[in-house]
Design a protein around this ligand. Structure first.
Ligand SMILES: [Zn+2]
Ligand SMILES: [Zn+2]
Length: 94
């Protein structure tokens, strides 16, 4: 008597999936890597996904060192000379 009709349906965490917390209701959301937005199943809020590699580069206005900043940041503080460099919004579509 062999009953091997059962299918394997184990849900394993995939490396292709990312997780973030909904900004509105704090639910933990799973999304596919590469997705720009993830919709919360609880409150229907569309959250923007900010990956670690989604950073921009800007040169410090004082010492010209190359700085990295997350997209959307209005300004970045230089780690070398500690001056604040305003980030131009011309390249960012809102
Ligand atoms: Zn939510
Ligand atoms: Zn600097």
């Amino acid at each position: 008597m062999e009953t091997q009709g059962a299918e394997l349906q184990s849900i394993s965490p995939s490396p292709e999936m990312g997780q973030m917390v909904c900004g509105t209701c704090r639910s933990l959301l799973s999304f596919q890597k590469g997705a720009l937005r993830v919709k919360c199943a609880s409150c229907q809020t569309v959250n923007l996904v900010l990956e670690a590699h989604q950073v921009g580069n800007v040169k410090c206005g004082s010492c010209s060192v190359l700085l990295m900043y997350p997209y959307g940041a209005p300004s970045v503080k230089c780690s070398c000379c500690h001056s604040i460099t305003e980030i131009g919004v011309s390249s960012i579509c809102n």
